[in-house]
Design a binder for this molecule. Sequence first.
Ligand code: DGL
Length: 273
Amino acid sequence: MTTSAPSFSPRIGVFDSGLGGLSVLRSIRQQLPAAQLLYVADSGHAPYGERGDDYVCARSLAIADFLYGQGAQLLVIACNTATAAAAAALRTRYPDGRIVGVEPGLKPAAVLSRSGRVGVMATNGTLRSERFRLLAQTHATHLDLRLQACTGLAAAIEAGETDAPAVRERVETHCAELRAQNVDTVVLGCTHYPFVAHHIQAAMGAEVRLIDTSDAVARRTASLVGALGAEAAEGPSTVAPLAQLWTTGDVATLRGFVQRWLDFPCTFEAWAG
Ligand code: DGL
């Protein structure tokens, strides 16, 4: 569903540890077709989920500085792990309130699960965070949460080939644990996982419901863009908005992945940041 498209072209900065945040970028593009999208894939420093919080926070601040330097008017942290580690620091550095984060969809899971037994697939960094603990305390005290730290899965997806044996093997290992625990709902708590949702669904069984919050994040972004309103209207406007993508990793891998998964025009550049 596309919300009423603003008549101006807001510049929206989006980043992730790598390719995963493209699942969020795709939803933002659907909601805001006129927006100019700036995306950083920090693939040269992924996976964030297996790094320390200070490292992820420092990377997030450096990327935000770059995106605001490129004229971003709003920032989307398209990464659960970076949101957990760095949202507070980013909001301190850029206190205008125009920062959207991503967190595992425990709230929709609480509404949709019939048995109350809910699996959460996410990185180790997300699951051990204080932010996740508070989220669970707020929305999931009545749920039986089964946390699955999916070590190695985001890194396997980073290679760019979502049907590769290494990816399927990681999916099977993590899903086997959740299957054994009889969950009826699985939260995709990492933005890389929507790209392997077909494998996760096959491994869990058709009756298990998967929760992806990309569209909800895009709707939140659209509502902040709406609030930018007149101020953004003074900014530059383009007729054919392009998404500009940078990577700290391999440009060819990013390009190949985008060609498979996104259907709008993008440019690709290396960024040494
Ligand atoms: N895509 C990221 C997330 O949503 C993290 C993947 C990683 O780099 O570990 O958590």
